[in-house]
Write a protein that binds this ligand. Structure first.
Ligand code: GDP
Ligand code: IMO
Ligand code: MG
Length: 418
């Protein structure tokens, strides 16, 4: 059967660490959406590993699958396979249906951002949006075509005939022959990994344990997030069904990863953002600099209005609270349980980003604590920190299964369900 790990905020919740943790009990770890906009960190014996495309189960030596819903930058994938093969045997299968990020996607991502000026999304400029747009417009190239020179050439010809005017409107010209040669050589290197992952996953799902690893986070979901300040895929647990070709009924346990506070990279509303001393404390103590782009993340208090929305829509069975140690040493810890806007209070996450930009968070305040860092047993956590955790669990009406007290694998507390 299957379990899923999904981010409940704006990404960077610590999905890499939690996936690595659960991967010890899994046979196969699968990415189902996003691309190398993701940056998932796993820290083992003091060494930091960053995964952008390969699932974070790589260091456990598990079978890795890149599902059909992922967008693949082939040169990044080749680099990452090389990186991992220095530590483990790479047992990888990449969906023949996964779409390929092309050089023009990356260039156009950058130009779109420039054109948006002050209204820019703050994308990772990895070509993610333009690649998904082409997929939906039926102008994509899939991995099964990348690894077959004849099909690749055919697709490129169709796509260039359709897109040349669009390229020109961007002031761009691309040499199709050059792209063909470069991409055919990637195809050659990746051919051994490309296969039908849909039949494969369905053939093993009743006997083996599959772990799905979400990228980004629920509030960046193109459908449910703070549109248009979102990514172009579906990180929501429901995305597993379309992004990996597996029935949702087979996913029996969905774990939501919730950072003990909030971060966001890029533009868009973030009601609990703290621009002063608290924000600085969280950014510095939490090392809140992007894993992919190195950008400083915006920081603020935990937003339970947003987390509840994420919990409901993802069908969360349990949460993993990460980075609780980062709150060590604060006098007071706050958590948002409602919004105030235009003289009214409410606790539903609104559709309108204009409202979200202007809401005033309503906070519950807790006494601060010290000494969470590195703790390995629930009993050893400070009582005041446990009060904070109980409040979160009660408010969300979901049990806490994991508490992460540091970046390393060992700094993890598991709580058995009653
Ligand atoms: P992901 O994208 O959700 O996998 O998260 P990232 O890897 O981008 O960002 C999380 C960062 O926090 C990484 O640098 C992790 O090594 C680190 N991290 C994860 N869990 C903890 C924790 O419990 N405490 C601390 N201090 N750091 C953590
Ligand atoms: P992981 O998997 C945090 C954000 C970008 C931008 C928006 C759109 O590490 O949690 P895109 O390049 O996807 O078109 O950018 O989404 N974003 C992320 N923020 N963590 C991520 O991934 C992200 N992937 C994209 O900063 O605001
Ligand atoms: Mg990340």
């Amino acid at each position: 059967m299957a379990k899923a790990i999904v981010g409940l905020q704006w990404g960077d919740e610590g999905k890499g660490k939690i996936t690595d943790f659960f991967a010890s009990g899994a046979d196969v770890v699968v990415r189902y959406q996003g691309g190398n906009n993701a940056g998932h960190t796993v820290v083992v014996e003091g060494k930091k590993f960053k995964f952008h495309l390969l699932p974070s189960g790589g260091l456990r030596g598990k079978k890795l699958v890149i599902g059909n819903g992922v967008v693949v930058n082939p040169s990044v994938l080749i680099e990452e396979i090389e990186m991992l093969s220095g530590y483990k045997t790479v047992d990888l299968m990449v969906s023949d249906r996964a779409n390929v990020i092309m050089p023009y996607h990356i260039v156009m991502d950058g130009i779109d951002e420039e054109r948006l000026g002050k209204k820019k999304i703050g994308t990772t400029k990895r070509g993610i949006g333009p690649c998904y747009a082409d997929k939906i417009a039926r102008l994509g190239i899939r991995m099964g075509e990348l690894v077959d020179e004849k099909l690749l050439k055919e697709r490129l010809e169709v796509i260039f005939s359709m897109k040349e005017k669009i390229f020109a409107a961007y002031g761009l010209r691309f040499d199709m022959e050059k792209i063909f040669e470069e991409y055919a050589s990637y195809g050659e290197k990746l051919r051994q990994y490309v296969d039908d992952t849909i039949y494969y996953l369905n053939s093993i799902i009743d006997e083996k344990e599959i772990l799905f690893e979400g990228a980004q986070g629920f509030l960046l979901d193109v459908e449910y997030g703070t549109y248009p300040y979102v990514t172009s895929s579906n990180p929501v647990a429901g995305g597993i069904s379309t992004g990996a070709g597996v029935s949702l009924r087979k996913v029996e346990h969905v774990v939501g990863v919730l950072k003990a506070y909030t971060t966001r990279v890029g533009a868009g509303p973030m009601p609990t953002e703290e621009k002063g001393r608290i924000g600085e404390h969280l950014a510095e103590k939490g090392g809140e600099y992007g894993t992919t782009t190195g950008r400083k993340r915006r920081c603020g208090w935990l937003d339970l209005v947003a987390a509840k929305y994420a919990t409901i829509v993802n069908g969360i069975d349990a949460v993993a609270i990460t980075k609780l140690d980062v709150l060590d040493g604060l006098d007071k810890v706050k958590v948002c349980t409602g919004y105030e806007y235009d003289g009214k209070t409410f606790d539903r996450f609104p559709f309108s980003i204009r409202i979200l930009q202007d809401v005033k968070p309503i906070y519950e305040e807790f006494d601060g604590w010290d000494g969470v860092k590195g703790k390995k047993r629930y009993e050893d956590l400070p009582i005041k920190a446990r009060k904070y955790l109980d409040f979160i669990s009660d408010w969300l009406n979901v049990p806490i299964e994991i508490i992460s007290t540091g970046a390393s694998r060992e700094d993890t507390i598991t709580i058995q369900a009653d």
